[in-house]
Ligand binder design. Sequence first.
Ligand code: 3EB
Length: 339
Amino acid sequence: MLKLDYLTPESALDAAQDAGPSLVGVIGFPDLPGELPESVPRASVPAEDLQAGAGRGICEVWTSREPVVTAVDGGIRLAATGDFLFGVHTVAERGAGIRAAAERAYREIFATIGRHGAPHVARFWNYFARINDDEAGLERYRQFNLGRAAAFEAAGRIGDVAIPAACALGFTRGEHLTVSFVATRRAGTSLENPRQVNAYRYPSQYGPQSPLFSRAVIQPAAEGHLLLVSGTASIVGHATLHEGDVAAQTRETLANLRAVFGEAERQAGAGAFPMREASYKVYVRHPADASIVRRELRAALGPDIDAHFIRADICRRDLLVEIEAVASSAVPAAGPGLP
Ligand code: 3EB
């Protein structure tokens, strides 16, 4: 089973070692801990810092109690543990554009995970610069969607039963596309949100190629289920709601998260994934909005909610906030419809 913690760069390494379990991967927003063992999959994502404190930013730290075997294959850093294969692929754009970088990154990931016996993907995180800028007459996020879809198509992954959960965020600097992922030996179960049009069915007003992701994936594992919730925003149907109002966008996003967690409990059993016990990563477009979003989150989910803030550009210009979540059920829940 994978475990996720958000830690400061200074405490990340100590905490991971003290806790006993093995390091699976570390993503730094932006800083990584010093002296990270060379074998551990990692990336530094050039997010602007929002945290108060001495260090720069926050680290997403994945660990496991099971043995971890690391490798580098085709330039992709991998860590295998139990049912999971965590990976990080960083591709330089080198003037070729984000569409080509995305197609290359995804083609290479799909080829590699198959060789390592974990052909299914539960979750992708996509990070690159200037996501809302135009490139060759089309917004870079829309170019990214073309490249990602070309790779899914080439790998025969269109129409897959288990569409990965995902997110796609932008930063002001950087010349690389970083894709981190949780691949698995066994297929998980994809979930959609009854309040939203499935993203792969968005109409063409949002770009010539709809984004390929599901709203969440439930991944069964030996010690219980992992729930990986996609980046979630103030979208109902396919439309953005509450333009310019970050508090209202946050409340709508929370309604969407409730709907997705509701679908998860419908699959995995009531009480399998309490929202208050999940960890949340919150992307805000404007640093000054972070305190407003935090207030809404605490009002909805309690003052002790585990939420970590990152400054990032969301993939629609009118979105001010996006929230993703990871939750686990300690005991394998007996529910209908899970393999
Ligand atoms: C949305 O719901 C907001 O392109 O991989 C959320 C999650 C969003 C994933 C992606 C985009 C992606 O459409 C944007």
